[in-house]
Design a protein around this ligand. Structure first.
Ligand code: HEC
Ligand code: HEC
Ligand code: HEC
Ligand code: HEC
Ligand code: HEC
Ligand code: HEC
Ligand code: HEC
Ligand code: HEC
Ligand code: HEC
Length: 453
C-alpha cells in the first residue's frame, strides 16, 4: 500500500484525475473479491463460517408452512447442522441473499430438490470425497455410494425402479443423526423398523413377489430378544446380516460367513463337515436349513436325533446320517443325565450339612463341556462329539462319586453317632446306678440315728 500513499502525495494536486485513475483499481479489486466469493462458495471450510453468519434459506423457510417449512424445523437436530453445514451446502444457492430469486439465481449454483435417482450423487458430493470428509471426521468411511450401487436397491434404482430405498429412505432427511445416536433411524434398535416401512408393507412389495414377513419373523427371534430385551448390542439386526449399504440377500453358499461373523465356532465346524459341500450342491441355505434366517429360535437338544422335532430326520431316514444322529443324541443324553444326577446328589449332600463345595465347583467344568459338545454337533461327527463329551463325562462321574462318598461319610458319621450315643447311655446308666449305691448306705445310717418316740 506504500506505493498508493506516495502516489496520492505526489498527485494531490491532481485529485479529481486520481480518483478517475483509481476506478480501474477499484474495478480490479471488486472483480477479485467476486471471484474469491465464488470460490469460497464451493469450499466447505469457509461455507461453515458463512453459514454461521447469514442463512436466508433457513430464515425464510422457517416462516413457511408444511413441506416448505418442515426442513428448517427438522434441521435443528441434524448432524450436518451441528457440523456447521447448512441448506446451501446440499441444495446450493446463496444464503446471504434475502430475496428468493437472488438466493436461487442460476449463478448461485442452486440445485433445487433432487429426485430419487439423483440422491446418491447428491449426498456423495461430500460422502464419496475423502478430502472433504477428512476435514470433519477422518475415520468416517467414504464408500457408501459405491456400496449402495452394488446392492439390490442400487442396481434396481439404476434400472429405473424408484420404489427402492435411497439414502434418505434409511437416514431420513433434514433430521439426519449419527448412527450411534439412539434416536437415529439406523441406530441398531431402530433399523428393523426403518427397513420394515417398506419390507413389511404387503401392498408396496407386492409386485416383487418376495416375502414381506422378515420383520415379523425377526421380532420372534432370539436375536431380536437379545438386542431389545437383553440390551445386547452385539446381537444382529437387518443390516448386520445384509450389510448397511450393500443390502443383498446372502448367497446360499455364503450364509455360514454371515452367521460366522459372530458364531465362528459353529461356522468353522460346519465348513469342515460333510454337509458343507452337499448343502451347497443342493442349494440348501447352510445354517438356515436347520435354524431359519429371520425366525431363529433358541435351539434345544430335541433338534438332534431321530425323534419328533429333530432336524436330522427331515433329510435322513436311514443310513449313516440317521445312525449318526441317533448316536450323537444318546451321547449328549448320557453326559446330560450324569451331570443332573451328580447335581442332585451333591445338592442333597449339601442340605444334609456335608462339605461338597469342591465337587460342586468341579461340576461346572462338566456343564461347560456339555455346552462345548452342543457346539460340536455342527461337525455331524459322532467321533468329534464323543471327544467333546468325554472330559465332561469323566468330571460328572467324578462329581457323582464325590457325592456318593459324601453320603458314605454321612452314614459312617451317623453310625459313629449311634455307637457313641449307646456308649453315653451306658455310661449314664452306670453313673446312675453308682449314685443310687452311694445314697442307700447313707439313708440306712440316717434311719438308725432317729430319735425314739
Ligand atoms: C424469501 C424466502 C426464501 C428464501 C430466502 C429461500 N427460499 Fe427456498 N423456497 C421459498 C418458497 C416460497 C418456495 C416454494 C417454491 C417457490 O415458490 O419457488 C421455496 C422452495 C424451495 C425448495 C423446494 C424446491 C421446489 O421447487 O419445491 C428448496 C429445496 C429450497 N426452497 C431451498 C432453499 C435454499 C437452499 C435457500 C437458500 C439458498 C432458499 N430456499 C432460500 C422461499 C425461500
Ligand atoms: C444433507 C443435505 C440437505 C440439507 C443440509 C438440507 N436439505 Fe433440503 N433436501 C435434501 C434432499 C435430499 C431433499 C429431497 C427430499 C425428497 O425427495 O423427499 C430435500 C428437499 C427439500 C425441500 C423440498 C421438500 C419437499 O417435500 O418438497 C425443501 C423446501 C428443502 N429441502 C429445504 C431445505 C432447507 C430450508 C434446508 C436448511 C434448513 C435444507 N433443505 C437442508 C437434502 C438436504
Ligand atoms: C437400506 C438402508 C440404507 C441406505 C439405502 C443407505 N444407508 Fe447409510 N447407513 C445405513 C445403516 C443401517 C447405517 C448404520 C451402520 C452402523 O450401525 O454402523 C448407515 C450408516 C451410514 C453412515 C455412517 C458411516 C458408515 O458408513 O457406517 C453414512 C455416512 C451413511 N450411512 C451415508 C449414506 C449415504 C450417503 C447413502 C446413499 C448413497 C446411504 N447411507 C444409504 C443404512 C442405509
Ligand atoms: C456438504 C457435504 C455433505 C453433504 C452434501 C451430505 N453430507 Fe452427510 N455428513 C457430512 C459431514 C461433514 C458429516 C459429519 C461427519 C462427522 O463429523 O462425523 C455428515 C454426517 C452424516 C451422517 C452421520 C454419519 C455417522 O457418523 O453416523 C449421515 C448418516 C449422513 N451424513 C448422511 C447424509 C445423507 C443421507 C446425505 C444426502 C441427503 C448427506 N449426508 C449429504 C457432509 C455432507
Ligand atoms: C423405501 C423402501 C425400502 C426400504 C426403506 C428398504 N428397502 Fe430393501 N428393498 C426395497 C425394494 C422395493 C426392493 C426390491 C425388491 C426386489 O427386487 O426383490 C428391496 C430389496 C431388498 C433386498 C433384496 C431382496 C431380494 O431378494 O431381491 C434386501 C436384502 C433388502 N431390500 C434389505 C433391506 C434392508 C436390510 C433394509 C433396511 C436397512 C431395507 N431393505 C430398506 C425397498 C426398501
Ligand atoms: C441373522 C441374519 C439376518 C437378519 C437379522 C435379517 N436377515 Fe434377512 N435374510 C437373511 C438370510 C440368510 C437371507 C437369505 C435367505 C435365503 O436365501 O433363503 C435373508 C433374506 C432376506 C430377504 C430376501 C427375501 C426373503 O425373505 O428371503 C429380505 C428382503 C430380507 N432378508 C430383509 C430383512 C429385513 C428387513 C431384516 C430386518 C427386519 C432382516 N432381513 C434381518 C439373514 C438375515
Ligand atoms: C452380529 C452378530 C450375529 C450374527 C451375524 C448372527 N448372530 Fe446369532 N446370535 C448373536 C447373539 C449376540 C446371540 C444371543 C446370545 C444369547 O443371548 O444367548 C445369538 C443367538 C443365536 C442363537 C441362539 C443361541 C442360544 O444358545 O440360544 C442361534 C441358534 C443363532 N444365533 C443362530 C444364528 C444364525 C443361523 C445366524 C445367521 C443366519 C446368526 N445367528 C447370525 C449374534 C449374531
Ligand atoms: C444340520 C443342522 C444344523 C446346521 C446346518 C446348523 N446347525 Fe446350529 N444347531 C443344530 C442343532 C441340532 C443345535 C442344537 C444342539 C443342542 O442344543 O443340542 C444347534 C445349535 C446351534 C447354536 C446354539 C449354541 C450351540 O452351539 O449349541 C448356534 C449358535 C448355532 N447352532 C449356530 C449355527 C450356525 C451359525 C450355523 C451355520 C454355520 C449352524 N448352526 C448350522 C443344527 C444345525
Ligand atoms: C437338508 C438335509 C439334511 C439335514 C437337515 C441333515 N443332513 Fe446330514 N446329510 C445330508 C446329505 C444330503 C448328506 C450326504 C448324503 C448322505 O450320505 O446321506 C448328509 C450326510 C451326513 C453324514 C455323513 C454320512 C456318510 O455317509 O458319511 C452324517 C454323519 C450326517 N449327515 C449327519 C446329520 C445329522 C446328525 C443331522 C442333524 C443334526 C443331519 N445330518 C441333518 C443332508 C442333511
Amino acid at each position: 500500500m506504500k506505493w498508493l500513499k506516495s502516489e496520492i502525495k505526489q498527485r494531490q494536486h491532481l485529485l479529481p484525475a486520481f480518483f478517475y485513475g483509481l476506478r480501474k483499481y477499484v474495478l480490479v479489486i471488486l472483480v477479485c473479491l467476486f471471484m474469491a466469493g465464488m470460490l469460497t462458495t464451493f469450499s466447505t471450510d469457509t461455507v461453515r463460517v458463512a453459514a454461521q453468519k447469514k442463512n436466508s434459506c433457513a430464515e425464510c423457510h422457517s416462516k413457511l408452512e408444511g413441506r416448505l417449512g418442515q426442513p428448517s424445523k427438522l434441521f435443528e437436530n441434524d448432524i450436518h447442522n451441528s457440523r456447521g453445514l447448512s441448506c446451501n451446502d446440499c441444495h446450493g444457492g446463496d444464503p446471504t441473499k434475502d430475496d428468493k430469486a437472488a438466493a436461487k439465481s442460476p449463478y448461485s449454483g442452486y440445485l433445487g430438490t433432487p429426485g430419487p435417482t439423483e440422491i446418491a450423487s447428491f449426498c456423495g458430493k461430500c460422502h464419496s470425497d475423502a478430502s472433504v470428509m477428512k476435514k470433519f471426521n477422518p475415520s468416517l468411511r467414504v464408500d457408501q455410494v459405491q456400496e449402495y450401487y452394488t446392492s439390490v436397491h442400487g442396481t434396481r434404482l439404476r434400472a429405473g425402479d424408484k420404489k427402492v430405498a435411497t439414502c434418505i429412505s434409511c437416514h431420513g432427511n433434514h433430521g439426519i443423526r449419527k448412527s450411534s445416536d439412539t434416536q437415529s433411524t439406523v441406530y441398531p434398535k431402530n433399523v428393523a423398523e426403518t427397513c420394515a416401512k417398506c419390507h413389511s408393507d404387503g401392498d408396496y412389495m407386492k409386485e416383487y413377489g418376495i416375502p414381506h414377513d422378515q420383520y415379523e419373523k425377526y421380532k420372534a427371534s432370539v436375536h431380536f430378544n437379545a438386542l431389545n430385551e437383553k440390551n445386547d448390542l452385539s446381537a444382529p439386526t437387518c443390516n448386520d446380516c445384509h450389510g448397511n449399504h450393500g443390502a443383498v440377500p446372502p448367497g446360499i453358499t455364503s450364509v455360514a460367513n454371515v452367521c460366522g461373523q459372530c458364531h465362528s465356532r459353529q461356522a468353522d465346524l460346519f465348513r469342515k463337515s460333510v454337509h458343507k459341500d452337499v448343502f451347497d450342491r443342493m442349494q440348501i441355505g447352510e445354517c438356515l436349513r436347520c435354524h431359519n434366517n429371520h425366525a431363529i429360535l433358541t435351539p434345544t437338544d430335541d433338534m438332534l436325533g431321530i425323534e419328533k422335532g429333530s432336524v436330522c430326520i427331515t433329510c435322513h431316514s436311514a443310513g449313516k446320517g440317521f445312525q449318526a444322529a441317533k448316536e450323537m443324541r444318546s451321547s449328549l443324553a448320557a453326559i446330560k443325565r450324569r451331570v443332573s444326577e451328580a447335581e442332585e446328589l451333591l445338592e442333597q449332600a449339601e442340605r444334609a450339612g456335608m462339605e461338597v463345595s469342591h465337587p460342586k465347583f468341579e461340576l461346572e467344568d462338566a456343564i461347560d463341556s456339555l455346552t462345548q459338545a452342543r457346539v460340536s454337533v455342527h461337525s455331524v461327527s459322532v467321533e468329534e462329539l464323543n471327544k467333546a463329551t468325554a472330559p465332561g463325562l469323566a468330571i460328572a462321574n467324578k462329581s457323582f462319586e464325590a457325592g456318593l462318598a459324601a453320603f458314605g461319610e454321612l452314614n459312617f458319621r451317623r453310625k459313629g453317632l449311634a455307637v457313641s450315643l449307646v456308649f453315653i447311655f451306658f455310661l449314664a446308666a452306670l453313673i446312675f446306678l453308682k449314685i443310687k449305691q452311694i445314697e442307700r448306705p447313707a439313708k440306712e445310717a440316717g434311719n438308725d440315728g432317729s430319735p425314739d418316740s
